[in-house]
Design a protein around this ligand. Sequence first.
Ligand SMILES: Nc1nc2c(c(=O)[nH]1)N[C@H]1C(S)=C(S)[C@@H](COP(=O)(O)O)O[C@H]1N2
Ligand SMILES: [Mo]
Length: 336
Amino acid sequence: MNETSHPNTNHVSDLSLPCEMITSKRAFFSRRKFIKGLAVAGSIAPISALSQSEKENEPDSLSSDSSLFPAKRSEEHNPGWIQTKKNVAQTYNNFYEFTTRKTMVRELAKNFPTSPWPVEIGGLVENPMTVDAQELMEMFPLEERVYRFRCVEAWSMIVPWTGYSLSRLLEKVQPKPEAKFVRFETFNLPKLAPGIEKYNYYPWPYVEGLRLDEAMNPLSLLTFGIYGEPLPTQNGAPVRMIVPWKYGYKSIKSIVKIELVKEQPKTFWEALQPDEYPFESNVDPSKPHPRWSQAQEKLILDIEEGFFGDSLNYRTVKTLPYNGYSDQVAALYEQK
Ligand SMILES: Nc1nc2c(c(=O)[nH]1)N[C@H]1C(S)=C(S)[C@@H](COP(=O)(O)O)O[C@H]1N2
Ligand SMILES: [Mo]
């Protein structure tokens, strides 16, 4: 790492370096069980230098019904990385309330109603409130930030999110001194989200949590949009968290409740498998998941429809400590 360069440019080189050594690959995941790996030889370039068609990631004009979109891009959070194609981020989803089958989420979430959407912000705060997600969105200026997003399953994406730092909201509701953690909760509507009944052995509703100092870190984004438009349901409409230095499951979708609490909350995944999905879950390449390595990840760039089913176009890159956000968050975890 070049110590003299600006912290933000460090991430670009971190990300592009491993690409010198990798080849682009495609993985088939298909409605039909046709598995075939295609190696595309010769396409080895730094990620930051890869060309991308701007058009494909432009917002759909029809879906942008809010005058707040697209929001201003944050200079600070827009490194020159290549971005995952919008079409992938909105097709390849983890949202177990609908289904565990990633490419089916979009269809099953299509008619899920996300407005009105009351969000309760309470617990150990001076100013509890219940506001509609629209009002919550309008409470502070929105900005667009391009973040790396790393799922515990060892795939990743680079996605432009729209929102504001959760700290803004927390400052407004004023946590009491006893508050030590933030607990987030997703809707629990089995009639509207078929996964809830289908996987009734899961501890619904989906719950996540952060330490208060993690929640106050400016990177923790209360998120209302993606690719310059309001979140589609499969990405967690109307409001979700994005916590880019932690594994993806910490980035809880479709939030109905934000509660300041004294004790560390029991999270959905921790309740299921505490050794595999502990509360902290910072991205750490040196700490393997009990069932697989976390040293590398498949950075998914594109999805293509083909005769034999859809295929993912990805690059294998090294996973970075704190997902590349050490400069911003490592201090949170230094021994005191
Ligand atoms: N409520 C809820 N939030 C959730 C999940 C979920 O199943 N339910 N899945 C998590 C996981 S494992 C990941 S990787 C991300 C996926 O977000 P995306 O589909 O927008 O990429 O959402 C996270 N948030
Ligand atoms: Mo995930």
